[in-house]
Write a protein that binds this ligand. Sequence first.
Ligand code: 9Z3
Length: 382
Amino acid sequence: MDAIDDANQLRETPKNEVISFFESTPLLKDAAEIEKSLKEFVDRNTSSSGNLNGKANRVVCIASGGTTVPLEKQCVRYIDNFSSGHRGAASTEYFLKAGYSVVFLYRRGSCQPFCSSLPDDPLLECFSVADDSSIEALFVDALHVETVKRAITENRAAWIITDSLFSSYFFVLNAVAEGILLKLPFTTIFEYLQILQLISVSLRDVGPSAIFFLAAAVSDFYIPWESMALHKIQSASGPLDIRLAQVPKMLSVLRNEWAPMAFHISFKVGDHLVLFDMSLSAMDVKDSFVRKYIIWFHDYNNNIETDTDILLAKATMALKKYKMHMVIANELSTRKEEVIVVTEQEKVTVRRDCTRAGAEVESPLVELVVDRHSTYIKKFDA
Ligand code: 9Z3
């Protein structure tokens, strides 16, 4: 995600790269079902009386979690991109509270809105909210019965029922039931990009009232399907050499072709500390010499002063290159504390309110995004 990424940013995304990526991609098994649920979602939330959540037809697509790159078609091993999905899940909560309807495009198993503090536990699947808002246990099949039995044996059932956070889970079930939240899962880069394309086509008629909030950590490299091994790569054949192709930069395709009227927000992540952890894990990362050396190395290459400057330079480049309306810059190590919002007009540092317990940076961040989105929409009204 660094030097190569920057070089890549300087060239346009050639059309043939995009076409060949999609042509060689395994087709989504449930594409028809996803299209159907997207159509119903858009119809429900973009009526003349506004969406079901109260804001006039405003919809946000939130991409969350990391994409994987399989090494085998019958996948045993894969390369992953780091992201817990917390940013996307928390932002979903604040957008719903702000009156938007949300398409939540998330990595299977990553953090979920309203339950990011709950364990990813199949026990939760055993409950639902009844019409009168009471909690119902769904003992509909053997799996549910087994899950609950096991939870009781393992002493988890009591915990989960008494924990106050559990009620959050029902908020999210309600949001899905009310039709203001549509959750679409992905695992691989192939699934992610195909579903993103389906979403953008479905939201095209929403025009400037739609936001793309792309917080997912998306693979830069992949193994094209046709050159991928079918079965588990054997270790008996010795060391493994893999050649990865570059994933075409779909941001510009999304911005220019798939959803040209929408308000586009991408994220730029600074990874200096990660580079540190990975390449020098055997050393003491607090070692000031190592630290200085690495920072000097970056400064030398970029001819600018600090890590933040480097990150901001990259964010500004992404803003221009992909014609984003907003690029949100964050460092992995401080991402829960602060982000820097970069637009053509401004650079705003948004911080978590540390005076309030449990306050999250996504709260003021979404507030700022909603404000700038309102200004954007007004331009079309004029
Ligand atoms: C982000 O920068 C997200 O804010 C994080 C959130 C992944 C850091 P968590 O899910 O973390 O709360 O644990 N997302 C975008 C990361 C990315 O891959 N950006 C690309 C890049 O920097 C550009 S699209 O090259």
